[in-house]
Ligand binder design. Structure first.
Ligand SMILES: NC(=O)c1ccc[n+]([C@@H]2O[C@H](COP(=O)([O-])OP(=O)(O)OC[C@H]3O[C@@H](n4cnc5c(N)ncnc54)[C@H](OP(=O)(O)O)[C@@H]3O)[C@@H](O)[C@H]2O)c1
Length: 352
């Protein structure tokens, strides 16, 4: 059992960001409240964690809405839910020692005190910084990487020579999907916003091509025609909307479409736009399947081991976009929805 001096814990203040109102459209500054609390001491079996960096995810927008989903909404007044990486600063639990690097559902706050039950619920696990950096543990080795890996490998089941298209290609999930598909011997075509992101996925990540969907009307259709001459066998969809329809029009017989997300629809104030070209699934005997990353938790370690090796060998890269400062959370989250993030969006909260 290791315990940081409890008197030093008592001097710490925990700055937090809470959900104040359910947004309509894009979240506004008034949808958040900023609070400060003392850091609670750990009970027997508990720990105190210090947040070092938080994962900013498009899913956060969904968690702010009322209604049924794969996870309950964040309640009004609750600390905003967020995954993150941190360090144990006090422990009354034999499994965790002061100084351990960990990953957990930390919330948008500087410290988190957990009892034994909450440790299980928060998904607290140790992470090894020899395997990957802190920010890589939020990216390729973290939740987005697991999403890309299992969505592609389990649902997509890529075969060498097949054509894989991935939207949100320069983002957290997209970079893992494209690089894994390339390693598995596929032709990989990304879709991303802007020339800089498209250049990067081709030149740095080794995609075969990338379509800039912001290049003008018809850019995706024209790009698919040019870069997918044999059609599309797997489409990993991160964005939904019109791009999904354009890809549906190019799929091959027995194509697999992985519905990972639909970021183009998350801030809608009207109904979600569904696919118009869905009869292409019938004609092509194709299937569309949703994925929720948490279903694969028991197998994360296998994906981490495989992709850590690729990172070490230089066969895979991991790009993060790091913004510093807990108080910058509200404005930083918006970068996901206007495409300002370049790589996995991370909020650095503290240094060790
Ligand atoms: N199902 C699951 O378990 C699971 C888990 C993790 C993530 N996801 C989903 O996976 C997707 C990607 O997440 P991520 O964490 O990797 O985010 P990300 O790609 O790192 O960041 C979001 C990107 O989405 C693109 N985007 C924003 N608005 C768009 C629009 N209207 N049309 C097209 N693209 C738009 C932007 O890139 P451009 O500059 O290229 O436009 C932006 O950089 C999201 O839909 C997320 O909800 C699902």
């Amino acid at each position: 059992m290791s315990v940081t001096s409890l008197s030093s814990l008592a001097t710490l203040l925990n700055h937090q960001i809470r959900l104040a109102a359910r947004p309509v459209g894009l979240p506004r500054p008034t949808d958040w409240s900023h609070t400060t609390e003392a850091v609670a001491e750990p009970v027997q079996g508990g720990v105190v964690l210090k947040t070092l960096a938080l994962s900013l995810d498009p899913a956060m927008r969904g968690w702010m809405n009322e209604g049924k989903s794969y996870i309950p909404p964040v309640a009004i007044g609750e600390v905003m839910r967020a995954g993150g990486v941190g360090v144990v600063i006090a422990s009354r639990n034999d499994r965790f020692a002061v100084g351990d690097s960990v990953s957990a559902g930390l919330g948008v706050q500087e410290y988190l005190t957990l009892n034994a039950d909450e440790i299980e619920r928060s998904g607290l696990v140790k992470i090894d910084l020899r395997t990957g950096t802190l920010t890589q543990w939020l990216n390729v080795l973290g939740m987005p990487g697991m999403t890309g890996y299992f969505g592609l490998m389990d649902v997509g089941q890529p075969q060498p020579g097949e054509t894989v298209v991935v939207s949100g290609a320069a983002g957290a999930v997209g970079q893992t999907v494209g690089q894994m598909a390339r390693i598995k011997g596929c032709r990989v075509v990304g879709i991303a916003g802007g020339a800089a992101k498209c250049d990067w996925v081709v030149k740095e990540l080794g995609f075969d091509a990338c379509i800039d969907y912001k290049a003008g009307p018809g850019a995706v259709r024209a790009g698919l025609k040019e870069h997918c001459p044999k059609g599309v066998d797997i489409y990993f969809d991160n964005v939904g909307g019109d791009i999904l329809d354009d890809v549906l029009a190019k799929i091959n017989r027995k194509a697999r479409i992985i519905i990972c997300g639909a970021i183009s629809q998350y801030n809608n104030t009207t109904a979600v736009q569904g696919p118009k070209n869905y009869l292409s699934l019938l004609v092509n005997r194709a299937r569309m399947e949703g994925i929720v990353v948490f279903d694969y938790a028991e197998r994360y370690h296998l994906a981490v081991a495989e992709m850590a090796l690729y990172l070490k060998e230089g066969r895979m890269k991991s790009k993060e976009d790091v913004v510093a400062g807990l108080e910058k959370f509200p404005e930083t989250l918006l970068k996901l929805f206007n495409g300002e993030n370049f790589g996995k969006l991370v909020l650095e909260v503290a240094t060790r």
